[in-house]
Design a binder for this molecule. Structure first.
Ligand SMILES: [Zn+2]
Length: 145
């Protein structure tokens, strides 16, 4: 007897997300260094979506909160504000969408596409931006946001 998995269901999605998140974490532990935990704490309030631990998420990713915020605002197409700890988006953005965006950000702006390392930094050269890996030295062009 076969059981089909319904990917559109929330439970299945959460399982998927969990798997992706734990993969991110294990990458860090493989190197015996730090782990990245990307679990947004989200509060929905009237017509706003507030990410309570925004600074913590940016710190975990090793990026400026402003950079992560510009990415989220741009990708969701929603204006927002940033204060010392939290980011606030206008409108309702689902937890799933935010979780997915953090994964995208991690893939595009943190993780080295060559060795998979997470000890990277963003370097500006004239109009261009690069992701420079401190482990393997790879230099990968990234988009400016
Ligand atoms: Zn690398």
């Amino acid at each position: 007897m076969y059981r089909l998995m319904d990917l559109s269901s929330r439970a299945a999605y959460e399982k998927l997300l969990e798997r992706v998140l734990s993969r991110v974490q294990s990458r860090g532990t493989d190197r015996g260094e730090r782990t990245i935990s990307l679990t947004p704490e989200i509060m929905h309030e009237q017509k706003q979506t507030i990410i309570l631990n925004f600074r913590q998420l940016a710190d975990a990713l090793g990026r400026e909160p402003q950079h992560l915020a510009r990415f989220i605002f741009k990708e969701t197409g929603r204006p927002g504000t940033l204060d010392s700890e939290r980011a606030t988006l206008s409108g309702r953005v689902s937890d799933e969408e935010l979780g997915k965006l953090l994964q995208l950000y991690f893939k595009e702006f943190v993780k080295c596409p060559v060795c998979g390392g997470i000890d990277t930094k963003i370097v500006s050269e004239k109009r261009f931006r690069f992701l420079v890996c401190e482990i393997c030295g790879a230099k990968t062009p990234i988009r400016k946001i």
